[in-house]
Write a protein that binds this ligand. Structure first.
Ligand SMILES: [Zn+2]
Ligand SMILES: [Zn+2]
Length: 136
């Protein structure tokens, strides 16, 4: 049996996979989500901070929903959510359309290369340069 501490309330619960949150907190979160959704429907121009305050929901929670694409901002003004790859303001999700497209094309593999080892450069091919000198 897999037992975890709830990330929200700290209570120990039977972990079934997904986010480490107990059933009670999950239900509460879902309730909050519905509140936020209803609020946004009525207040299209509300910022994340305004929504959080009006619905008494944590700002980070709202941002998480936006990242999960459960919510979408009506405007990128204020740039509260930016592309994790290039920093462009986006309405929802984790990446802007451009980065998403590049990722779909498989280009992100070549963009993200932290210290690619270059084995070719280190190989010195011994003998080849010496051959000429040793001819005599
Ligand atoms: Zn909990
Ligand atoms: Zn981007």
């Amino acid at each position: 049996m897999n037992v975890k501490n709830c990330r929200k309330c700290g209570r120990i619960f039977n972990y079934m996979g997904g986010p480490p949150i107990c059933q009670a907190c999950l239900e509460k979160q879902e309730e909050q989500f519905q509140t936020v959704k209803a609020y946004i429907r009525e207040n299209r121009d509300a910022t994340v901070a305004q929504t959080a305050e009006a619905c008494e929901v944590d700002v980070n929670q709202i941002k998480q929903w936006i990242r999960e694409e459960r919510l979408e901002l009506s405007s990128t003004e204020g740039a509260e959510i930016v592309c994790e790859s290039c920093g462009t303001p986006i309405l929802s999700g984790r990446y802007c359309d451009k980065c998403k497209r590049e990722m779909a094309n498989g280009l992100n593999a070549s963009i993200k290369k932290p210290e690619m080892p270059k084995p070719e450069v280190k190989k010195e091919r011994p003998g080849e340069g010496m051959h000429f000198l040793n001819r005599k």
